[in-house]
Design a protein around this ligand. Structure first.
Ligand SMILES: *[C@@H]1O[C@H](CO)[C@@H](O)[C@H](O)[C@H]1NC(C)=O
Ligand SMILES: *[C@@H]1O[C@H](CO)[C@@H](O)[C@H](O)[C@H]1NC(C)=O
Length: 406
């Protein structure tokens, strides 16, 4: 009878489901599987390796089969770019390109040979952009070369671009402290060539903004003085963004996740490699340019807003939020009052300017240092630095002066 068969099927279903459930419970209760699960959670190194390759993507070596010793192949003028190798204190070898400032290159009577002999002279005459690229690909990647060309010609600056450890033809494997060591080795190389510290502008794009921020903070701590710091399409810190979502409650990203056992721990570990630029901000001395495009789909421009606010923080009344995820009902009034006072003071100390069809510029000048946030309408993630408007803010904020020939 149909009814009986139906009941049989239900029973069979229950038995199957129950069996699977029981099986899963038995597996989870088995010491072997428990140890697998627990080690997956606790095995810092293995977890981070996966996470690291996701952050750095250094295995993507674009362009393929790049010939780093012939930068001409990628659009740079003949013998304008020196391919060199920089050694780090922990024995890695970093591939790097040094591009002569165009005013210097063009002042030469003919195409130079023995390029390394020209390096000290151009470093003496022209400022240098120390450029830290984003994740994936190498120093020969087209979008990056367009940056070197623009800095050399439009800003009249020399450019030093490195491939971090594990990238391009550099040795080693990437890690946060490793990349910062690499950045410092590049700085030290420039100084060893006779560059004045105040002639070096530290610039980083995307992941490189995290490297630039850490280097700038480290140098500031040690009393060194660069020309300034440029953060292009930067991120603040992943943790901070998660926390911000909690406070405003707009996207309660962490709440459902937090209910799953171990997920909060995983997030904490994931954030160990966090390039905490937000934490580095208070340590950076000297002027800073932050720029972000509104149409950046990789890293939203809210990251730059958070960074800029962090530079403002010392000059604003504090926003003291109660601990925990929720603001109790009776604290809301206090919270909004604080917020209003904060906004009023903020509007008082910063100047804001809209540039039609280009974007907005916010600026504060305090204690002899300027912090400027240029938010562009266009440029996306990879081409923001190629916006001539952004380059002009680099030129004026850091006193590169009008383009000089010879
Ligand atoms: C670097 O390499 C040299 C020679 O291979 C070796 O003597 C030295 O101990 C190494 N230093 C470090 C920090 O690994
Ligand atoms: C570029 O430099 C190399 C090495 O110094 C030299 O042999 C070559 O002639 C130069 N190229 C040109 C076009 O002058």
């Amino acid at each position: 009878m149909a009814e009986k068969r139906f009941l049989e099927r239900v029973r069979l279903g229950l038995v199957l489901f129950g069996g699977l459930y029981l099986g899963a419970v038995i597996l989870l209760a088995t010491p072997y599987f428990q140890s697998q699960w627990v080690s997956l959670i606790l095995d810092h190194e293995r977890y981070l390796t996966t996470w690291q390759s996701a952050i750095y993507m250094n295995a993507i070596r674009l362009p393929l089969f790049a010939k780093f010793d012939t930068p001409e192949k990628y659009g740079l003028a003949p013998n304008k770019t020196l391919n060199l190798y920089i050694n780090t204190p922990d024995n890695e070898t970093l591939g790097a390109w040094f591009v002569l400032a165009d005013p210097y290159y063009q002042s030469l009577p003919e195409i130079p040979s023995e390029l390394d002999t020209h390096v000290p002279e151009t470093l003496k005459r022209h400022p240098t952009v120390l450029f830290f690229h984003g994740n994936a690909a190498t120093r020969a990647f087209k979008a990056r070369i367009l940056h070197y060309e623009a800095y050399s010609s439009r800003l009249g600056a020399n450019v030093l671009a490195i491939d971090y450890r594990g990238f391009g033809d550099s040795t080693g494997k990437p890690s946060e402290p490793g990349l910062v060591t690499d950045a410092r080795a590049a700085w030290d190389w420039l100084v060893a060539q006779g560059t004045k510290e105040e002639d070096i502008l530290i610039a980083g794009h995307s992941l490189g903004s995290g490297v630039a921020a850490q280097l700038a903070a480290q140098l500031s701590d040690e009393g060194h003085r660069s020309r300034g710091t440029v953060l292009l399409s930067p991120f603040s810190s992943i943790r901070e963004v998660l926390n911000t979502y909690h406070i405003l409650g707009a996207v309660p990203l962490m709440k459902p996740l937090a209910m799953i056992p171990h997920i909060p721990d995983l997030v904490t570990w994931a954030l160990t490699h966090k390039f905490d630029s937000l934490g580095a901000v208070p340590r950076i001395k000297g002027s800073v340019l932050i720029s972000h495009a509104e149409d950046d789909w990789d890293i939203p421009h809210t990251h730059s807003r958070i960074l800029f606010d962090a530079f403002l923080a010392p000059y604003l009344p504090p926003l003291v939020l109660p601990a925990g995820l929720q603001i109790p009902e009776d604290k809301w009034a206090t919270f909004w009052e604080q917020r209003d006072a904060w906004t009023a003071k903020r509007d008082e100390i910063l100047t804001r300017r809209e540039i039609p069809h280009f974007g907005s510029v916010e600026k504060i000048e305090r204690d002899g240092k300027k912090v400027v946030f240029v938010k562009t309408l266009a440029g996306g993630h990879d081409y923001l630095g190629l916006q001539e408007g952004v380059q002009d803010f680099m030129r004026t904020l850091f006193d590169f002066g009008p383009l000089r020939h010879a």
